[in-house]
Design a protein around this ligand. Structure first.
Ligand code: ADP
Ligand code: MG
Length: 635
């Protein structure tokens, strides 16, 4: 007799279940998907021992009739697709017809369901997939799936489950994802009788973000709206100052399904280029709507990955949408003592945001600062001046007349102070939609400022609407020089300054080799070199933008970087340019006069992203008067 045998049905089911049901969170995911597919507007998840002992999902969806309730527990039984062709036009979250059968195979499951027009509902119970009872019951419209004693018949799997705290966190993550992509549906999570999360139905994703992650993050979120060539991108990205060390607040949805996709994620991160410090990751909640025929979600049993047909095009669209949003908005961080204190106390609990707190905080935010409007007076200095008159960077960047007008207009129209940042942002977005030419102007992103002076020879201090701003003098110039040089470099038109008497450089044998090898790149960066004897070179030109620095110092620095970053030229160039900008900028400890400050800020105003240095450190920080008032017990 041969040695191959067909496996019994029960074993097949257990094997298949392994693909879908890895841990309680996978069950929560499948059941929430089913509830959403059934049109539920309220979903309650109840867990005991992180779902290991009991996991119950109750919804108010359309329910099932008796016959369907039985079929639902069978493998490959689904109401969502009919043929293989349907696999390429999926409009539901489920379609494989495997979840309930898989869950039932490894637990004690009961299904109670009632349809709207029926007088009674129906309940079936199964143990390890075998039906043990079925009966008519009185129930409310919707479906309750109760899963007990998970993995009771697969002890090896049970052993692999992590601690309750870890399993619970996975469950919370799943609920957060679906709550974010379905703001109209209300979600609740109870664990061992305690309510951990309550997100009531809301009309707007930003409100959902506030109720799940707090008002502060919601306030710092910028709306992304873009539609091009059938690629629709909607959602929110957080201002750079909200970036995190981890990627847990990066959420991507494709056709309402939460997915991982490293290419799209990278496109978003790339769009934050030069706005974030290294090892910091942007926060984003982005939903893509793509033609269902152009994606394949059937590449992973848990449907958490998606293959996008025109991935490159989609990534470019995402990159553009995110970059445009960042360029259009005010990215100045505000010091918010109250919410920092709150955030600190919240960290002590688990990272689930209590709605009450968020709501409370939100209310405080809206209470406005009407008294503290910056009156446009003669001292209101941030009126961009003609950079030619202003000083030494003579050859560049005179401000076009139109932009001057725009700025003046802004100066005479203070922002409505009672408006919350979120509302102001929203309004700005609407205005932008209406006025496309204004939108494309990279200027006018700084608020009107009245310079008060320099503090500790390090910061400029200025008054603005509703607060005081502190500006780091070094990083202002770093950003200005970086952008100015980058533009020339990208256009292959680096302005150079000819050194009257070329500087002679003596180099080591290693440096000499490097210089020969990288001569072309050095020239692109603005350094023209000629051999001079055996181990010497004459430096003929240096890039004008960095003209302040000693030429020799500059070149040695460049060579050192080239040597360090041998693998990637692109990265080396970036590091070189950033370092040169750093070297050529005023330092902490340098005295800067008010006219010099004005000039620097006028130059900053010309930048595309005048909010961070090229390494992502903030340039400007605002201290709202509100916060001062609180500290002085004025409110
Ligand atoms: N909460 C629910 N409300 C209404 N119908 C449900 C619910 N859960 C499951 N069903 C029905 O049971 C079927 C099987 O569910 P499932 O095993 O998750 O497979 P799939 O979702 O892939 O179709 C679904 O197609 C649906 O018709
Ligand atoms: Mg399903």
């Amino acid at each position: 007799m041969g040695k191959i045998q067909l496996l019994p049905e029960e074993v097949i089911n257990k094997i298949a279940a392994g693909e879908v049901v890895e841990r309680p969170a996978s069950i929560v995911k499948e059941l929430i998907e089913n509830s959403l597919d059934a049109g539920a507007t309220e979903i309650i998840v109840e867990l005991e021992k992180a779902g290991k002992a009991l996991l119950r999902v109750t919804d108010n969806g359309e329910g099932m009739d008796k016959e369907d309730a039985h079929k639902a527990l069978e493998r490959h039984a689904t109401s969502k697709i009919r043929s293989a062709d349907d696999l390429f036009s999926i409009h539901t979250l489920g379609f494989r017809g495997e979840a309930l059968a898989s869950i039932a195979a490894v637990s004690q499951l009961s299904l109670t369901t009632q349809q709207e027009d029926k007088i009674e509902g129906y309940c079936i119970a199964a143990i390890g997939g075998q039906i043990v009872s079925k009966d008519s019951v009185a129930a409310e419209q919707g479906t309750i799936i109760e899963v007990k004693d998970l993995f009771f018949n697969t002890p090896a799997r049970k052993k692999f489950l992590k601690s309750d705290a870890i399993e619970l966190r996975h469950c919370v993550d799943v609920i957060l994802r679906y709550a974010l992509s379905n703001p109209l549906t209300g979600f609740r999570l109870r664990h061992d009788g305690e309510e951990l999360l309550h997100a009531p139905s809301v009309g707007e994703v930003r409100e959902r973000i506030a109720s799940l992650f707090g008002a502060e993050l919601a306030r710092d979120c910028l709306p992304v709206v873009s539609e091009e060539a059938g690629i629709c991108i909607k959602g929110y990205i957080a201002k750079p100052q909200q970036a995190r060390k981890d990627k847990s607040k990066q959420m991507l949805f494709v056709n309402k399904r939460w997915v991982r996709n490293e290419y799209v994620t990278k496109a978003v991160a790339d769009a934050y280029h030069s706005l974030l410090p290294v090892h910091q990751h942007p926060v984003f909640f982005l939903a893509l709507e793509l033609d269902p025929q152009a994606i394949d979600v059937n590449i992973h049993p848990q449907k958490t990955e998606v293959k996008i047909e025109q991935a490159e095009q989609v990534c470019q669209a995402v990159h553009r949408a995110v970059r445009d949003t960042l360029e259009k908005h005010n990215l100045i961080p505000t010091v918010d003592i109250a919410s920092e204190e709150l955030a600190f106390s919240a960290r002590k609990n688990i990272e689930i945001v209590h709605q009450k707190e968020a709501h409370h905080q939100k209310q405080r935010k809206v209470t406005g600062v009407a008294k503290y409007v910056l009156e446009p007076t003669q001292q209101t200095v941030l009126q961009v001046k003609d950079a030619r008159r202003a000083g030494s960077y003579g050859e560049e960047a005179a401000v076009p007349e139109k932009n001057k007008e725009e700025l003046k207009l802004r100066l005479s129209l203070p922002v409505t102070p009672a408006e919350s940042d979120a509302a102001a942002e929203e309004k700005k977005q609407n205005e932008m939609r209406q006025e496309p030419e204004k939108r494309s102007s990279p200027h006018g992103k700084l608020p009107p400022l009245k310079l008060l002076g320099q503090a500790h020879k390090t910061f400029f201090v200025a008054e603005t609407h509703g607060g005081i701003v502190f500006i780091d003098q070094h990083v202002v110039q770093e950003r200005v020089l970086y952008e100015r040089f980058m533009e020339q470099f990208m256009n292959k038109a680096v302005a150079v300054q000819r050194l009257l008497q070329g500087e002679v450089l003596d180099v080591s044998p290693a440096e000499s080799l490097l210089m020969q090898e990288k001569q072309e790149e050095l020239e692109q960066l603005g350094f023209a070199l000629e051999p001079f004897g055996k181990r010497s070179y004459v430096l003929k030109t240096i890039p004008t933008v960095f003209g302040k620095v000693q030429p020799k110092e500059l070149l040695h620095d460049v060579l050192a970087t080239l040597e360090e970053q041998q693998n990637s030229l692109e990265q080396a160039q970036e590091v070189i340019i950033t370092r040169m900008a750093c070297r050529a900028s005023v330092k902490a400890g340098d005295e800067v006069s008010i006219p010099q400050m004005e000039k620097l800020l006028a130059e900053l105003e010309q930048c595309v992203l005048p909010y961070t240095c090229p390494h992502g450190r903030a340039i400007i920080i605002k201290l709202p008067v509100e916060e001062l008032e609180k500290k002085f017990k004025r409110r």
